[in-house]
Structure formats: C-alpha cells, structure tokens
Design a protein around this ligand. Structure first.
Ligand SMILES: NC(=O)c1ccc[n+]([C@@H]2O[C@H](COP(=O)([O-])OP(=O)(O)OC[C@H]3O[C@@H](n4cnc5c(N)ncnc54)[C@H](OP(=O)(O)O)[C@@H]3O)[C@@H](O)[C@H]2O)c1
Length: 439
C-alpha cells in the first residue's frame, strides 16, 4: 500500500532509539516496514545512535539506514518542535514519561505531529489529556499514549470481543461485563521500566495518583450507570486476590489491572462519544464494565502473587527500601539479553457478556452465550512493544479507512486503530482470535 503523502521530511522518527525498547522498535521498522519509508532515529547521544544504526545495517544491509537527529535535552522545546515540524509521526520511548515525556507530547500537540508512546504511567496520561486535548484537536495531531504491552493487548482484546458479539447478535448489540485474564506472562522488566516504577511516587503527588486511577478518570464522558461500571469485589477477593470467572477459571490480582482498565475505559468513552456524533457505532454501551485478573497455577500461588504485590507496593512507597531495591535490578538502558528474552511469552484470555438491553426473549434464548477471545505472542516482550509502536505508525501511514474513522486530531487509544491494526499485528506474530462459547 502507498504511504500517505504529507510534505514533511520524515514519515517516522523513533525518539529514544538508543534505549532498550527503542532499539527493538527501530529493528522492527528496519526489517518489516517498506524500504521507501523516510525515517530517523533520535536521541541525545550520537555515538549510541550510530551504534544502533550499524546494528540495523547488519540486520538489513539492503536498505538505506535511517538518519540521525540529535536532541541534546528532553527539555529543549525549540529543538523538539523543530524536529516535530519535519516529522509526520513521532514514536517516543524516552522514559520515565512522568519526568521526561511532557515536552515531546507538547511539541507534537503544537505542531500537528502524530504521536505514539508506551508509557504505563496513568497519571502522566491523565495530565496530558487534561492539558493537551484541545491543542491536539486544533493542530490535527492524532496522539496515542499507552500503546505498549501495557495497555494495548487489553484494549484491543476488549474491542475484538465486542466486535465478536456484534457479529453474532447484530450490530446494535452492546457489551456488558468484560473480564480478562493474563493467562501467561514470562518476561523480566527492563531497567527503564523499573526506573519508571521506582520514580512514579517521586514524580506524582498522592492526589494526582488518586485522581488518575479513579474509575473512568481518562474517559471523556462519565459512565451513566456507576453501580454497574464498578463491579463489586467480595471480601474473599479483597483479602486473597482470588476470584473465579466462568470459562476463564481462577484468577488473582493482576499487576497491570488498573493501568489497563484506565485505557479500556477511555476507549469506552471515546467510542460512546463517536457514536453520539453519528460515526459508525462501535460503542460498548451503558452497562459495560471491565475487570482484569492474572491466572495463577493454583489457589496457593494466587494468594502468594496477591500478597507479593502488596509487599512490592510497600517497598515502592518507602524511600529507603526503594533505594535499596534499585541496587539489585537492571539499570536504565539495560534489560534481558536477546537470547534470554527470546523465551518470553504473553497470552491474554477474555470473556464478554452480551447486553441485550433488557430484551427478555433474547436473554432467555441467548443468555448463556459469551464471546471468548485470546491474544498471544512468543518472543521478547520488549520487541513486541516495538512491534506495537511501529505497526501502529504503519497503520496511520497506510490505512485510509482508519484516518477517516478517527476524523481529526485528539488523544486516542490503541483500539481506535481497529481491525487494520490488529491484522498488521497478526502478520507480525501477535495473534488475536475470538469465538462464541456457552457459559
Ligand atoms: N508499558 C509498556 O508496555 C512498556 C514497555 C516497554 C517500555 N516501557 C516504558 O518505556 C520507557 C523506556 O523503557 P526502556 O526500557 O527502553 O528504557 P531505557 O533503556 O532506559 O531507555 C530510555 C531512553 O530514554 C532516553 N533518556 C533517558 N533519560 C534521558 C534524558 N534525561 N534526556 C534524554 N533522553 C533520555 C535514553 O537515552 P540514552 O540512551 O542516551 O540514555 C534512552 O534512549 C520506560 O518508561 C518504560 O517504563 C513501557
């Protein structure tokens, strides 16, 4: 498919290409995106970026290397804006985003440059939405924070389950309860991820954290049924973390539950808003709710995971323990060796209940049916984070239908890229499948 014409020097710039995730992103671009792509790697260290480019040349000697663009400091707004004016899409892996990410976000919103990041910092996204939504709408910048492993799989799987319900029961069918489970997760966090986790409490106040993690805090519209939106948790789940869901089985507390929920709930709001504006109705509906668990081996390991996460929370909240813990983990720029990371895997399962809007006949006939889905890949989790970034950019560059559905600039979610994005991920080894099952 031809690349979109836009009159800027670069189709894509990877900002932070010298980092652990940035290198993988650049690798996927060099080995999978069209050779006609005009692109650059950007960062603060020329020598590190030159090393990245030589590695790309080894991986694919047949294509021209990307250009190198130096931004000496993340706070240099002038340099960032100048680069953004020459760039159609900026992919940024410069993090922690809470402390380093705002200037790039602001520069893209100002210059109408499309933007993708892989932050897992919900307070950062909350702040960016509050500060830059109108600017992005004015400039035409289509901005997608949180399109990494947190939180794209949850968001895309929830969207796919909804599509499966619409295919089975008709386009007007809405979605009720959605429950996801991280079925398999094998990976080690990079130094950059750990630095982000360690600094979140230093970057944001408790008030900001509380605001950002409130249910539907990132949604542009409030949920009309707060009682349904917030599924109640039993005291057993609160104490042990354990909960059982038909089809999915036993689940326990998921480390990504709140982060992923924030984006899924924003998608719920964006799609509700879009359908009210007369666009194709993909909305989940007024009785939608979302929960995410993690699959333990058995109930004992489930309780251990739940308690382990509580202890981790305590370590993060205590400055002295945080300082000690930092010494024993990967440092920024580091991560598992490629050979080790090749053994990584990730798989999500999910079920969605149809919402027939009170139609008792339909409820009686079809009420036990559920959409079941899973998404999975085998290989380095950080490589697939790069795949998500690169393929999302390619979706905007090549898929006219996505541009039309999105309309103008704004702050979007991974699911807003729809089926064309999922099809591209599938070709890159990140698979999705859904079907109907009986509970
Ligand atoms: N949510 C997800 O699924 C997901 C997945 C992967 C990564 N992430 C997030 O992505 C971010 C990057 O992770 P990573 O493992 O790639 O980290 P990393 O290896 O430490 O890379 C960080 C990048 O940021 C640049 N950088 C750091 N401090 C800078 C500064 N003060 N000024 C300019 N550039 C600076 C680094 O440049 P130098 O090389 O010059 O130091 C490097 O290019 C983290 O926030 C992590 O949490 C999230």
């Amino acid at each position: 498919m031809p690349l979109k014409q836009h009159g800027r020097d670069y189709d894509i710039v990877v900002y932070g290409a010298s980092g652990y995730t940035g290198k993988y992103t650049a690798q996927h671009i060099a080995t999978h995106l069209p050779t006609t792509l005009k692109w650059a790697v950007a960062g603060r260290s020329r020598s590190k970026l030159e090393a990245v480019v030589s590695r790309l040349q080894e991986l694919n000697p047949d294509r021209l290397p990307p250009s190198i663009e130096i931004i000496s400091s993340t706070t240099d707004r002038t340099a960032l804006e100048a680069l953004c004016r020459r760039t159609f899409i900026l992919l940024t892996t410069v993090g922690p985003y809470g402390s380093l990410g705002e200037p790039a976000f602001a520069a893209c919103a100002t210059t109408g440059t499309h933007y993708f990041d892989v932050t897992g910092e919900v307070p950062f996204v909350h702040k960016m939405i509050t500060k830059y939504s109108s600017l992005a709408a004015q400039s035409g910048a289509k901005m997608f924070p949180q399109i990494g492993i947190e939180s794209a799989p949850s968001d895309l799987l929830t969207w796919s389950l909804t599509q499966q319900l619409k295919r089975e029961f008709g386009p007007a069918t809405k979605t009720g309860q959605v429950t996801l489970s991280i079925h398999t997760l094998r990976s080690a966090p990079s130094g950059g991820t750990l630095a982000t986790v360690f600094t979140i409490l230093e970057t944001f106040s408790l008030k900001q954290l509380k605001e950002a993690y409130k249910p539907y805090a990132l949604s542009p519209v409030p949920h009309p049924n707060p009682d349904l939106a917030e599924r109640r948790t039993t005291w057993i789940t609160k104490v042990t973390g354990l909960a059982t869901t038909p089809i999915l089985g036993l689940g326990t507390t998921s480390v990504a539950a709140k982060t992923d929920a924030a984006i899924v709930q924003r998608t719920w709001g964006l799609l509700s808003e879009a359908s009210n504006k007369g666009k194709e109705d993909e909305s989940y509906g007024p009785r939608f709710s979302f929960k995410q668990y993690m699959k333990p081996r058995n109930w004992l390991s489930g309780v251990a995971i739940h308690l382990g996460l509580m202890v981790l929370g305590l370590v993060m909240a205590t400055p002295f323990l945080r300082k000690v813990a930092k010494k024993f983990v990967y440092q920024p720029g580091e991560g598992a060796e490629e050979e080790v990371a090749k053994r990584d895997e990730l798989e999500y399962w999910g079920v969605a209940k149809p919402d027939f809007g009170g139609d008792e006949v339909k409820e009686k006939e079809e009420g036990r049916k559920r959409a079941f889905g899973r998404c999975w890949f085998r290989g380095p989790v950080y490589y697939y984070t790069g795949v998500l970034l690169a393929e999302a950019a390619a979706t905007l560059l090549e898929e006219e239908s996505v541009d039309e559905q999105l309309g103008g600039g704004g702050i979007y979610t991974p699911a807003c890229l729809g089926q064309p994005f999922i099809d591209r991920l599938d070709k890159a080894g990140f698979h999705f499948e859904t079907k109907i099952m009986e509970e």
